[in-house]
Write a protein that binds this ligand. Structure first.
Ligand code: TYD
Length: 212
């Protein structure tokens, strides 16, 4: 089989990226997309909430309008349903590498941890909506204090970014709880240090699974 055939028929790969605002995941998503393209893979880079026209409209509401935690949770799962159906599943079926900036762990971390919404209800929603779990999740773990320093003055903060450090401590606790429950899927990446150091940790995690 030629290389071209091998890559076009290979199975899809689904990787999600998590972490508190300011942890620095976005630059690494772009670098990882380039790394997969360099070995001939087709890559879809997407994000949550968002990734489809409908889900991007929901994103705008979730990030800007005041609402209670249950409304937030229902909206992000509605966006996720549309995103999985119309974007993620078709791309994986075509053998693409799907790199998703946030996914279900963010709902547990932000709505569950940060906002204190019922974990069991989120688990039920996850069961209904998440027809495809990520093969691997890279969790960029950084202390909320340092993340806040990185974000300070960088841009106009959205509803979540303007939350105090105490909120992000609860978000981190939410991520940690997810990692504890699913250590095989969720890989903690120490996001402290220079960008190059963190990138080396990302590559190590991806290569050690044979994905690159
Ligand atoms: P983010 O991913 O940081 O995008 P950007 O870098 O463009 O600001 O912003 C998404 C925000 O949405 C982030 O603060 C976390 C929040 N969020 C939730 O609260 N629940 C969710 O389920 C998801 C996916 C995101």
């Amino acid at each position: 089989m030629s290389t071209l055939e091998a890559t076009s028929t290979s199975a899809g790969l689904f990787i999600s990226f998590e972490g508190i605002d300011g942890a620095g995941k976005s630059t690494h998503i772009e670098s990882l997309a380039q790394a997969f393209k360099a070995v001939g893979r087709q890559v879809l880079t997407t994000r949550e909430p968002g990734g489809t026209d409908l889900a991007e409209k929901i994103r705008h509401m979730v990030l800007n309008d005041p609402m209670d935690a249950m409304t937030e949770a229902l909206l992000v799962f509605a966006a996720r349903r549309d995103h999985i159906q119309h974007c993620i599943e078709p791309a994986l079926a075509q053998g693409k590498v799907v790199l998703c900036d946030r996914f279900t762990d963010a709902t547990f971390a932000y709505q569950g941890g940060g906002r204190g919404f019922d974990w069991a209800v989120l688990t039920q929603l996850e069961t209904w909506v998440q027809t495809r779990a990520p093969d691997m999740t890279l969790w960029f773990d950084l202390s909320p204090q340092i993340a806040a320093e990185r974000l300070a003055g960088a841009r106009v903060p959205d509803k979540f970014e303007s939350q105090p450090v105490a909120f992000f401590e609860k978000v981190v606790a939410g991520y940690a709880q997810r990692e504890l429950a699913e250590p095989a899927r969720m890989v903690r990446v120490d996001a402290f240090g220079h960008r190059d150091e963190v990138w080396a940790r990302v590559m190590l995690a991806v290569q050690s699974r044979g994905y690159l």
